[in-house]
Design a protein around this ligand. Structure first.
Ligand code: ATP
Ligand code: AH0
Length: 369
């Protein structure tokens, strides 16, 4: 630890796209970010992906969950072993099921196992979402505490928003003039809707490809207006934030495009992702002039243009424009959150998960001896 109390922490994320594990070093005291370190990526093999996909929607103790957890733990141990020295780990795990109003939230991967196998003998912070859900929150999104620190870090002086375009989309609105994330009005965050997951599934099922590279297929098609208008009538869009989603929460959308050509289906699903973001932006408490986009969807020009086209007077740009790393931002977020847990700081707030008061979460696993 430095004399300022900043820790060098390794954050990890195994996202809803099921592509692999991101790991990244961030230097933070849980409040301010003081630096970024190296990062690494460990893709899942096709067989591992199939096992994880088969376990989606399953809960602890159900078939296939143990095999999924072993894959998640092994992949994290591999990627972290090579990442050099660090003081602690933030281990998000792989979300298999998320039902905050019902059965809870389930991330595969046990922090105690990871703490034991890592060559770096450091605390592993894990199970970030359960406590929030038990206290009546959505359990997601959790990155907003980090987004707030990032907005301050990049010198934002007026409201700004971060958009994560992963399997699911999530938006965080931030007023950086309110210096502490737990102050009322500092952040508002929520999941926007499906982002890349439906297009990824379409590409895999119909064409055997993992995703629509550069949005090329979507660009060749025409969005189906009737399907999109039906999509936007889903009750989710009429709920006030905070609110969160599971990866496969819009089965109706996926079924609706079955009769369309490949290109029209990709165009429709991509437009749905963009329209969900635009609906989300209507909830911003005050306008923003900048929307910083992270996650793999920022590399899809078709999706980015549809979003930018619907937001007048807003600069819509990849987080790289602000000197950040859009491939690693969520991994960094769970590093920052791990330090908050270790310091007893809250990780979720009424404006981010709808929990009634700011609360902490996470369990800390320490290697024996
Ligand atoms: N060059 C590209 N062109 C188009 N889409 C891309 C490109 N690169 C990545 N993507 C999309 O981004 C997805 C991966 O995004 P990301 O890694 O941010 O998701 P994730 O972290 O798994 O999801 P979540 O944030 O929901 O947990 C891919 O599955 C693909 O849909
Ligand atoms: C339950 C769960 O894992 N949710 C993820 C998912 O992926 C994007 C979106 O849905 C977001 O709510 C969340 O991840 C981000 C990192 C978060 O918690 O901020």
């Amino acid at each position: 630890m430095s004399r300022h109390g900043a820790m060098r922490v390794a954050g990890t994320m195994s996202g809803t796209s099921l592509d692999g594990v991101d790991a990244a070093i961030v230097e933070t005291d849980g409040l301010s970010i003081t630096g970024f370190g190296p990062s690494a990526y460990r893709p899942y093999s096709p067989q591992e992906r199939d096992t994880l996909r088969a376990a989606l929607g399953r809960w602890p103790g159900e078939e296939g969950v143990e095999a999924a957890a072993e894959i998640v733990e092994t992949a994290h141990a591999e990627v972290l072993s090579g990442l050099g020295p660090f003081d602690a780990v933030g281990f998000h795990g792989q979300t298999l099921a998320h039902d905050p109003g019902g059965r809870g939230t389930h991330q595969a991967g046990d922090g105690n196992v990871l703490a034991e196998v890592l060559p770096q003998r450091v605390p592993v912070v894990w199970d970030f979402r359960s406590n929030d859900v038990q206290l009546g929150g959505q359990g997601a999104p959790l990155a907003p505490a980090f987004h707030h620190a990032l907005a301050v870090h990049v010198g934002a002086e007026e409201p700004v928003a971060f958009l994560n375009l992963g399997g699911v989309g999530n938006l965080t609105w931030i007023d950086p003039r309110i210096g502490a994330v737990e102050e009322p009005g500092a952040v508002l965050a929520f999941d926007t809707g499906p982002a890349n997951a439906p297009v990824d599934d379409l590409m895999r099922n119909r064409l055997g490809r993992p995703f629509d590279e550069g949005g090329a297929l979507a660009t060749r098609g025409e969005p189906d207006e009737a399907i999109l208008s039906d999509f936007l009538s889903h009750p989710y869009f009429f709920r006030m934030p905070p609110k969160s989603l599971d990866r496969n929460d819009f089965p109706g959308l996926v079924r609706a495009v079955e009769r369309l050509s490949d290109a029209d289906a990709a165009a429709t699903l991509t437009a749905a992702a963009a329209l969900a973001v635009l609906r989300g932006a209507e909830h911003f408490p005050a306008p923003v002039t900048r929307l910083l986009v992270t996650g793999g969807g920022r590399l899809n020009p078709a999706l980015m243009e549809m979003i930018a086209g619907g937001l007048e007077d807003v600069r819509v740009e990849a987080v790289e424009a602000a000197g950040l790393d859009g491939d690693m931002l969520e991994a960094q977020a769970f590093g920052h959150l791990a330090v908050r847990v270790l310091r007893g700081l809250p990780t979720s707030f009424p404006g981010t998960t709808g929990v009634r008061a700011a609360v902490g979460g996470g369990q800390v696993a320490r290697p024996a001896g």
